[in-house]
Design a protein around this ligand. Structure first.
Ligand code: 5AD
Ligand code: SF4
Length: 482
């Protein structure tokens, strides 16, 4: 099929969806917790249900169907969702007895039918690979029966579903490129809730981005649990790549070539990706990032711990030294690159010495920012089976506080280094604090706030001179492009 034909069919599909949305009368309230994958999955779900007569609403009380896309990554995330379910139950009992309530995502996959036993008012439980079955499942619950589908898939990537952009600023959007994770980090529940890793057809990725470009979007974040291990060899699981034919291997598309393809095909779109994994990140990816102005100079590179001993126990597949070598390569190949981290404190067996190694690694990298967590044992994970969760909560929390404090210092140093410079910023909205100011981000992902002049608008790339900063935000003024 020619590219023109694909685009034409896609446009027809899009106008069909618009027509459906206009004729719909049932109301869907959908909420997402956890990672950006979940946010994007909810957009896929909204698209699937638009064809079943459901339009989204922000008003919980009027909803016919309430769906919560859940996260299992830490115990606290699950507790938050339990509280939300109680809130939905209260609204159902007091305001809208006909309301149906369903759970999607990782908690649905983890708890399966047990969820229905634990939450008596729940009608529907659907895992991340079963959203295509929602039309059938919704019919089941509309006729008064509970419905469950938590089957995981080897192929599902929702490649042909055009997501309905939810809570969108019309400027930045997410596009999923892989699903699942094969890494089996011992602390992590994701491989169990999102299944084996598979990549999406690059043609369908390009199609989705073209559609976003036609709708005037300016920034696309390519999403995956581990974007660097993207590989398209005609379909199938990542783990079966080695068994593919020689031709399939020779013509396979890896993450570096996908990025290159996207950045070349859409020079006006700015690209980000999320999340990178140290052991899979190739030098090719760094060179492609350096080559294209429209690939953001920002890499989120989780480390989890600065101690090789702990990394080994976490099954992270790289040492402290290998991580440092990668950081050095990033600094060499993309000197202006911002780097952020994920760190876990108090993993099983972590000594004070190990913790100090984390702090010293942070000193070495001086991350621009980070996402830091105390270890939370997750049922069913390898760590839960193999190791004792032996670090007392106060110690986990004290170490976490130390890591956060150090990160705050480094973030401030990094932010201050932008003061006095002029940089391109994409306008993503009006500042929350003042409607006289815009907010946007530079290529490094740092937020900038600056006064509106009346000459620029949402979605513009503008040059901003940075005059000052707070610990994590740049303050500037728009200047003319030279
Ligand atoms: N406890 C604490 N943090 C966790 N993460 C993943 N699993 C756990 C857990 N059991 C963190 C990791 C990961 C991020 C998405 O969440 O740092 O990179
Ligand atoms: Fe979890 Fe590790 Fe996969 Fe990230 S790479 S989703 S931490 S198993």
């Amino acid at each position: 099929m020619s590219v023109e034909k694909i685009i034409e069919e896609e446009k027809q599909g899009q106008s069909l969806i618009t027509e459906q949305v206009n004729n719909n009368h049932k109301k869907l309230f959908i909420e997402s917790y956890g990672c950006q994958m979940n946010m994007n999955d909810s957009e896929i779900v909204a698209s699937i249900l638009a064809k079943e007569g459901y339009n989204t609403t922000q008003n919980l009380e009027e909803a016919d169907l309430v769906l919560v896309n859940t996260c299992s990554i830490r115990d606290k995330a699950e507790q938050t969702i339990r509280k939300r379910l109680q809130k939905y139950n209260r609204v159902k009992l007091k305001k809208n007895r006909k309301m149906k309530i369903g759970v999607l995502g990782c908690m649905a996959e983890r708890l399966k039918t047990k969820f229905l036993e634990e939450e008596k008012m729940l009608d529907l439980v659907v895992g991340p690979d079963a959203y295509r079955d929602l039309p059938n499942l919704v019919k089941e619950i509309e006729s008064g029966r509970d419905a469950v589908n938590v089957l995981l898939s080897k192929e599902e990537t929702y490649a042909d579903v055009s997501p309905v952009r939810l809570n969108s600023n019309g400027v930045s959007a997410f596009v999923s490129i892989t699903r699942g994770c094969d890494n089996m980090c011992t602390f992590c529940v994701v491989p169990f809730t999102r299944g084996r890793e598979r990549s999406r057809d690059p043609q369908s990725i390009i199609k989705e981005i073209r559609d976003l470009k036609d709708q005037n979007f300016k920034e696309v974040t390519l999403l995956g649990q581990n974007v660097d291990s993207y590989v398209w060899y005609g379909g199938g699981l990542k783990k079966d790549f080695d068994k593919a034919s020689e031709i399939a291997k020779a013509t396979a598309v890896d993450f570096a070539s996908l990025l290159d393809m996207c950045a070349t095909a859409f020079p006006k779109i700015r690209f980000r990706s999320f999340t990178s994994n140290p052991q899979d990140m190739s030098l090719d990816v760094l060179h492609v990032t350096a080559k294209h102005d429209n690939i953001c100079k920002y890499i989120h590179l989780p480390i989890q711990s600065g101690s090789t001993k702990v990394l080994n126990r976490m099954n992270r597949q790289h040492t402290r030294e290998e991580y440092i070598e990668l950081i050095d390569n990033i600094r060499k190949i993309i000197p202006e690159c911002a780097i952020s981290q994920d760190i876990i404190t108090g993993f099983c067996g972590e000594t004070e010495e190990d913790h100090k190694e984390t702090l010293s690694l942070m000193e070495y990298v001086k991350y621009d920012y980070g996402y830091m967590f105390a270890y939370s044992e997750r049922p069913g994970t390898l760590a839960a089976k193999k190791f004792e969760d032996d670090i007392p909560l106060e110690v986990k929390k004290r170490r976490l506080a130390e890591v956060i404090a150090l990160q705050r210092e480094h973030s401030h140093v990094r932010t201050k280094a932008f003061v006095g410079k002029t940089m391109e910023v994409l306008i993503e909205g009006t500042s929350k604090k003042s409607d006289q100011h815009w907010k946007g981000r530079n290529t490094q992902n740092t937020v900038a706030i600056f006064p509106k002049t009346g000459n620029e608008t949402l979605g513009d790339f503008v040059m901003v001179k940075i005059n000052d900063c707070t610990s994590a935000t740049l303050l500037g003024t728009v200047v003319n492009r030279e």
